[in-house]
Design a protein around this ligand. Structure first.
Ligand SMILES: Nc1ncnc2c1ncn2[C@@H]1O[C@H](COP(=O)(O)OP(=O)(O)O)[C@@H](O)[C@H]1O
Ligand SMILES: Nc1ccn([C@H]2C[C@H](O)[C@@H](COP(=O)(O)OP(=O)(O)O)O2)c(=O)n1
Length: 213
């Protein structure tokens, strides 16, 4: 079975996906890390991030590998682990430009669709575009202030600056961030992390662990 968890920035997608995946005993797949890795590598190479053709040429010259583990995903380029650099503020501010390119989206989607189910996939368009056939879809929301307060516990910037950056990214990512019509929308604001995970586990269809989708 594939479970999709989409939602706005810092709504809890990766923490919730990790918890759901652990409970199910399957990996989770963090699609945003591939967009972040593309951004990091483009920035490190001094590329113009608005030039998708140049960026894709660069990405294809040394392929990336997403390692989808239940406890946390990692992205590798050869034997370099890119993961620790993927949540830098510089990547945050460049990633929406990279994620807006249709050819970059096709490059990410191809890597995701090549993965073997079962897994929990999180991002923006997992339930709408990448895995529309998934039998269980969720969409996480929370107010910009709640999300900024959560992120402020992980990063050195102040809440106001984080909230402004999140709202800016929400607007830039809007095109690919609509909930699937068959997704259950969960406002995570009033819930704990375990509370959100519990809502999702309770809503899952009865599952056959040997099923592939
Ligand atoms: N319901 C919740 N209540 C409190 N904190 C939460 C909740 N959901 C997520 N968090 C915290 O918010 C932060 C952002 O979550 P994260 O999973 O990184 O979001 P996303 O993947 O959507 O960017 C993490 O520190 C996480 O532990
Ligand atoms: N399926 C996806 C996943 C992420 N993206 C884009 C949108 C986001 O700004 C970036 C980073 O996504 P990520 O989920 O890692 O970021 P947040 O934790 O939500 O801040 O990538 C996307 O367009 N489609």
């Amino acid at each position: 079975m594939i479970v999709t968890i989409d939602g706005v920035a810092a709504s809890g997608k990766s923490s919730v996906a990790s918890g759901v995946a652990r409970a199910l005993g399957v990996p989770y797949v963090s699609s945003g890390l591939l967009y972040r890795a593309a951004t990091l590598l483009g920035q490190e190479a001094g590329l113009d991030l608005t030039d998708a053709a140049e960026l894709l040429l660069h990405l294809r010259s040394r392929p990336l590998r997403l390692e989808p583990l239940a406890g946390g995903n990692r992205v590798w380029q050869g034997d370099r682990d890119l993961t620790p650099d993927l949540h830098a503020s510089g990547v945050d501010s460049g990633v929406s430009v990279v994620a807006a390119h249709p050819d970059v989206r096709a490059w990410v989607d191809g890597q995701l669709r090549a993965l073997t189910a079962p897994f929990v996939a999180e991002g923006r368009d997992m339930g709408t575009n990448v895995f529309p056939e998934a039998p269980a879809k969720f969409y996480l929301t929370a107010s910009p202030r709640v999300r900024a307060e959560r992120r402020a516990r992980e990063r050195p910037e102040d809440v106001e600056a984080i909230e402004a950056a999140l709202s800016r990214r929400d607007a830039l990512d809007m095109a690919q961030s609509a909930p699937a019509p068959d997704a259950q929308i969960i406002d995570t604001g009033p819930l704990t992390l375990d509370g959100v995970i519990g809502v999702i586990l309770a809503a899952l269809p009865a599952r056959d662990p040997s099923a592939s989708k």
